[in-house]
Design a protein around this ligand. Structure first.
Ligand code: NAD
Length: 456
C-alpha cells in the first residue's frame, strides 16, 4: 500500500497491508491478552494511559509532521489536534474510575443490589482519517481503560499515524496483546467484519457505517457509529458583530481543509443582515492563504483524497446549473497536490446537492431566509443529525430554534466544536450511540446486575 503526500502527490513510503492470516493471528493474541488485561486494576490501566498522554506531548513534533504529510492539514492544526486529543485523554484519566467502579443500588432489606461494569472483550475500532487522534482516542482510550483489547484499523489515509499510535501505546505499557493495529483499506476492514469480535466502533461515512451496521447486526454485539453531517448555521438579524460571526462561520467551514464531520456545511442568514454577512464572509474567505501545509502561514492545505476534488466540483456544477452564483473559489487549483480553492455560493436552495449532500470540503452555500420559522424548517430538512448552530444576541430566541433540531449537539454563538465532557453523538444518518463524557466511558462496558441475598 502506497502512502501518498496529498500536497505533493509523491509517495512517502510503502507499507505491507494485513491479510486474513495476520489478522487471525492478531485476533488470537488479543483474545488471550484481553482476559489478563481485564483482571488488572483500573488504576493501573489508567496509569498506563497517563504515560501515553505524556508521550504524545514528548513526540508531538514528529507526530504532527507525519500527520500533516500524510493527510495535508496545516501543521498548526496537527499540533492543535494532538493538544485536543490530550484534553480528551485527561478527561478519561480523571473520570473513568468513577464510572467504572461497581455501583451499590440497594443496601437495605433482605435483597441487596449492585451493578458491576464488565468490559466487552476484544473490540474493533475502524477509524477515519480526518482527525485520527481525536476520533481514535474517543474509542481506544476508554476501551483500554475499561479492560478491553482493541483491534485498531486506522484509515488507509493515515496509516503512519496509526502505527505511531500503536508504538506509543506499547511504549506506555499497554501490552502488545491488548492493542494491535491492522493496516489496509476497505478490504482489510471487511476482514474485521468476519471476526467474532465483541463490539464494533466505527467512525466514517454514512454509506460504510450503514453497511457495517447491517453486517454486524447478525452478531448481536454493540455497534456504534460516528458518521457524517450536513450541519447548518443560522445567523439572526440581531447578531452584534457581523465580521466576527462571518469569521466563526468561515472557520467552521474551512478548518481542517473543510474535512470535519461537524463542519458548517450550509449557512442561512436573515434577510436584514444577509448582504452584510455575505460581503464579510466572502471578503474573509478570499484572503485565506492556500498552500504547503508544512508552511506556518498556510490556512488551507490540500484535500486528503484526490477523488474529493472531482466530488466537490460536481456539487458546485450541479448548484450552478440550478441557478447558484459562485462569489469566490469553488475550483481545483492548477498545481500539484489536491488543492481546492475555498468556495462561496449564493442563490442556493435545497434542490442542489451542495445544500443536501455532505460536501466534506471547503465550500458552502449561503441562503437568505425571511424569519426564524423558515430558517428552522430549512435547517431540519436533512437526513443527517450531527450538529446545528445559531448566532444571535438572544439566547431565548436561539433556544427556540435549537430545541427543534433533531441532532446530537446544538451551539449558540459557536460552531464546529466537540467537548470531552459532553456526549458526542449523531442522530439519523449521523450515527448511533455516544462517545466522550460519562456515556463514552460506559459505552465500552456491559452492566451485570447482582441480586444478593443472605448477607447483612
Ligand atoms: P469511510 O467510510 O470511507 O472509511 C472509514 C473507515 O472504514 C476506513 O478505515 C476505511 O478503510 C474503512 N472501510 C471502508 N469500507 C469498509 C468496509 N466495507 N468494511 C469495513 N471497513 C471499511 O470514511 P472516511 O472517508 O475515512 O471518513 C470521512 C467520513 O467520516 C465523513 O463522512 C465524516 O463526516 C465522517 N466522520 C464522522 C465523525 C463523527 O464523529 N461523527 C468524525 C470523523 C469523520
Amino acid at each position: 500500500m502506497k502512502i501518498i503526500n496529498p500536497a505533493t502527490e509523491e509517495t512517502i513510503t510503502e507499507i505491507e497491508e494485513d491479510n486474513t492470516e495476520t489478522i487471525r493471528r492478531k485476533f488470537e493474541m488479543l483474545s488471550k491478552g484481553q482476559r489478563e488485561w481485564a483482571t488488572v486494576e483500573t488504576a493501573h490501566r489508567i496509569a498506563v494511559i497517563q504515560r501515553f498522554y505524556h508521550l504524545l506531548e514528548e513526540h508531538k513534533n514528529e507526530l504532527a509532521h507525519t500527520l500533516t504529510s500524510e493527510m495535508g492539514k496545516p501543521l498548526q492544526q496537527s499540533f492543535n489536534e494532538l493538544n485536543g486529543a490530550r484534553t480528551r485523554i485527561k478527561y478519561f484519566i480523571e473520570h473513568s474510575q468513577k464510572y467504572l467502579q461497581e455501583e451499590w443500588i440497594t443496601t437495605d432489606g433482605t435483597t441487596k443490589e449492585k451493578i458491576v461494569f464488565e468490559p466487552l472483550g476484544v473490540i474493533a475500532n475502524i477509524s477515519a482519517w480526518n482527525y485520527p487522534y481525536l476520533v481514535g482516542v474517543n474509542v481506544f482510550i476508554p476501551a483500554l481503560i475499561a479492560g478491553n483489547a482493541v483491534m485498531y484499523k486506522p484509515s488507509e489515509y493515515t496509516t503512519l499515524t496509526g502505527l505511531h499510535i500503536q508504538n506509543l501505546l506499547h511504549s506506555s505499557g499497554v501490552p502488545e496483546n491488548c492493542f494491535q493495529t491492522v493496516t489496509g483499506g476497505r478490504v482489510v476492514g471487511e476482514m474485521l467484519l468476519e471476526l467474532p469480535l465483541d463490539g464494533y466502533f466505527f467512525t466514517g461515512s454514512y454509506k460504510t457505517g450503514k453497511y457495517i451496521a447491517e453486517r454486524v447486526a447478525q452478531k448481536m454485539v454493540p455497534c456504534q457509529l460516528e458518521l457524517g453531517g450536513k450541519d447548518p448555521l443560522y445567523v439572526m438579524e440581531d447578531v452584534v458583530d457581523i465580521e466576527k460571526t462571518a469569521a466563526d462561520a468561515l472557520e467552521g467551514v474551512v478548518y481542517n481543509n473543510g474535512q470535519s464531520c461537524c463542519a458548517v456545511e450550509r449557512i442561512y442568514v436573515h434577510e436584514k443582515v444577509y448582504d452584510a454577512f455575505v460581503a464579510a464572509y466572502t471578503n474573509q474567505c478570499s484572503k485565506l492563504i492556500i498552500g504547503d501545509p508544512l508552511d506556518e502561514t498556510t490556512g488551507i492545505g490540500p484535500l486528503s483524497r484526490k477523488e474529493q476534488q472531482a466530488f466537490l466540483l460536481e456539487q458546485v456544477e450541479d448548484a450552478v446549473n440550478k441557478g447558484a452564483i459562485v462569489l469566490c473559489g469553488g475550483k481545483a487549483l492548477p498545481r500539484k497536490g489536491y488543492y481546492f480553492e475555498p468556495g462561496v455560493l449564493v442563490n442556493v436552495n435545497h434542490s442542489m446537492k451542495l445544500m443536501t449532500e455532505e460536501s466534506f470540503g471547503p465550500v458552502v452555500g449561503i441562503q437568505k431566509v425571511k424569519d426564524d420559522a423558515e430558517a428552522r424548517e430549512l435547517m431540519k430538512d436533512t437526513q443527517y443529525g450531527l450538529t446545528a448552530a445559531v448566532y444571535s444576541n438572544s439566547f431565548e430566541r436561539a433556544e427556540k430554534v435549537m430545541q427543534k433540531m433533531d441532532c446530537g449537539s446544538v451551539y449558540w454563538n459557536c460552531c464546529d466544536r466537540v467537548s470531552a465532557t459532553l456526549p458526542w453523538s449523531g442522530r439519523k444518518h449521523s450515527g448511533l450511540g455516544s462517545t466522550l463524557s460519562y456515556q463514552g466511558i460506559r459505552a465500552f462496558v456491559q452492566p451485570k446486575a447482582y441480586h444478593i441475598r443472605g448477607i447483612n
